[in-house]
Design a protein. Structure first.
Length: 342
């Protein structure tokens, strides 16, 4: 049975970025008989995003552009709206700074048909830096969802997650999660807040439901990075946001892999032990590591590690009453399958 694809573009105040991204979608070289659609999710924008999108969509495009509103700000909410609006079995995410290759939909159709066991697919993202990148960028490009995502093929148990930029998801798998009561625990990125990880949470949940993940480098796109994102201060904020997200990831990781060594033998609660462990790890960096985090010295990986642990500790303290509940919620979820790890 031929596959049909929904291209979903979530955006918040993307009026300036969208025309280029939409031009690459409209220029897709789609094989005859492949059914597809394009949905733009306008996530609480205030800059004329809808008008910019509609004005830039070519009248000669092979499919119309459908714009829907999601008034609740947050990437997780935009994802939920996109899935709800999609009419086809395969949903491929193209963010407003993603410039997909002309054969994107053709490759999506091929790999999703060839691998029915996989729920999510990610590709090879290349950086399109709109200003000269700093010296540290090459070693930290993965922080921007740029570069390979492991060895080509199945990455379910090797990498364990895919970047949301350019991720393709099988609707059947997503609907199975929702029917089992799944709701994201992470709010994901919201406006100028750099909390992230909603894409990883989807991957973790799909894995626990028994689905596979695949990295397919034939799926290629360029990820446009403006000068403001190639700033060391931005990257430090980004890593702190990632650290915050790891607190929620614990629920999925513990359910998949079991408790880490410092928690084994305990019956709970686990929150206080995690606060102590994170504090210990942060203190292990000592004065030198903490100075690297405070001083405006670029390129220090230790400074990013300190940011991550600081974000994690802050989120742990914020979730004092919710941390152990989230562990229990995922461990007993109806959408989970119990299976032996390979």
């Amino acid at each position: 049975m031929p596959v049909a694809i929904s291209v979903v573009v979530p955006t918040h105040n993307g009026a300036a970025r969208l025309p280029r991204a939409l031009a690459h979608i409209a220029a897709q070289q789609v094989p005859a008989g492949l059914e597809w659609e394009v949905i733009l999710v306008d996530n609480a924008s205030s800059d004329g995003t809808r008008e910019a999108a509609e004005n830039s969509w070519p009248s000669t495009a092979p499919v119309p552009l459908r714009v829907v509103n999601e008034p609740v700000l947050g990437l997780a909410q935009a994802h939920l709206r996109g899935f709800a609006e999609a009419r086809h079995e395969i949903v491929t995410w193209v963010e407003d700074d993603n410039l997909i290759a002309p054969d994107w939909l053709e490759v999506v159709a091929e790999i999703t048909q060839a691998h029915p066991e996989a729920a999510a697919f990610g590709g090879l993202n290349e950086a399109l830096c709109e200003s000269p990148p700093p010296a540290w960028f090459a070693g930290l490009a993965a922080s921007y969802a740029v570069g390979p995502q492991g060895e080509p093929g199945d990455v379910t148990w090797t990498r364990g997650y895919l970047w949301g930029a350019g991720m393709t998801v099988r609707r059947e798998a997503w609907q199975g999660l929702l029917d089992g009561g799944f709701r994201p625990l992470l709010p994901d990125r919201s406006g100028r807040r750099l909390n992230s990880g909603g894409d990883s949470e989807i991957c973790f949940a799909l894995r626990q439901a028994g689905w596979r993940l695949r990295y397919e480098p034939r799926l290629r796109m360029r990820h446009a990075l403006g000068a403001q994102r190639l700033d060391w201060r931005y990257l430090r904020r980004l890593w702190r946001g990632v650290g915050s997200s790891t607190v929620v990831f614990d629920a999925y990781n513990f359910a998949l892999d079991g408790l880490p060594a410092h928690l084994r033998g305990r019956d709970g609660p686990f929150w206080s032990a995690e606060v102590l462990e994170t504090t210990r790890r942060l203190a292990a960096y000592g004065a030198k590591g903490l100075a690297a985090a405070v001083l405006p010295l670029e390129g220090r990986k230790g400074a990013l590690d300190v940011e991550l642990l600081t974000g994690r500790l802050q989120e742990l303290l914020r979730r004092r009453g919710a941390y152990d509940r989230s562990l229990q919620e995922v461990a007993t979820a109806r959408w989970r399958k119990v299976f032996a790890r390979p």
